[in-house]
Write a protein that binds this ligand. Sequence first.
Ligand SMILES: [Zn+2]
Length: 371
Amino acid sequence: MQMLKAKGFDFLSLCNKRVGDGNNTSFWLDTWRGDSALCDSFPRMFALEMEKNCMVATKMAAPVDASFRRSVRGGIELVQFNELRAILESVSLSHSLDRWICNASSDGSFRVKDIRILIDDLILPSGSGPTKWMKYVPIKINIFVWRARRDCLPTRVNLMRRGVVMESTDCPICGLVEEDAHHILLQCDLAHSVLRRICRWWDIDWQSWSSFHTWDGWFSSIKIASNNKKILEGVFYVAWWSIWVFRNRLLFDDKPPVRSMIFDDIVSLSYLWCKNRYPPAPSWVSFIFCPAASSYNHETPSSTSKGSSSGVVWLSTLMRSKWSFKHIHISKDSAVSLVLRIDKILPLVENADSDATEEAWTLNISRACGG
Ligand SMILES: [Zn+2]
């Protein structure tokens, strides 16, 4: 309780005595009339009192100055004496028992919930808008994004604010600026590259975001079907979480993580979680190649859904290619085959000659596809 008081929450100040018969309420020391105890409101009277622990019932049975060590004199003493008597004239005791009331609730009852709300309002950061709960991704991802939006992640800047001694507060990924949540998840070059790829994959325009607030504005302006938009939001949640995991592994793992794997992990994790949480999800291939146009309400993706070049972009990433696939013309069907036969393609990519011509490369692809 003392720790809470130090943070500005004084629980006892919310608790008053409601006097019934007056047998269980301290006349001077409990707060039962007004906002403070009578010993604080009338210190000169309290100084004269000989029975400082007397109960209300006892005190009300005799004149208020009956237990004073001397009679009241003029000046401030007399002023306080008259004020105290005026207050006591309005008091009438009943037959019910004295009881505590808590001002945190309207009816005076004590409820843990009411106190918790007051403490939360006081201590938890606010001003980040309503909490969003994304049902397509696991609870741990939602909690992570909730903490990130409220700047509660243990970023280097936050750790320093809490008194942790560190050699540097610079971003562990780029080393260029201080690491806070907005930088690491939105502004750092890794975040730029990952989030830009997500936009290309979904065929939407990318922009640079300075904060979650600007991201919210951008996201609300996107025009895609609402169900797909929820999936996309889940993908961004997974992306932020993946970037944070990468950052932690970079700092704490013996073996540095592979940067080029982040995007692939985001795609596959997003699909896995989405599929398992709200089936029937679109097929894997549909999810990869036209996520924004996929149908998330039917078992089979719509055959009329608009294809896009994004699958090729993704394929390029998946294969960690030495080439950019966007310059290689392959049909959507071929690309699908490539994804399904990735075990055959990967050795090709790893052993490929970086000077190979487009024709040679396309030929290799078609062979791998069984064409
Ligand atoms: Zn950075």
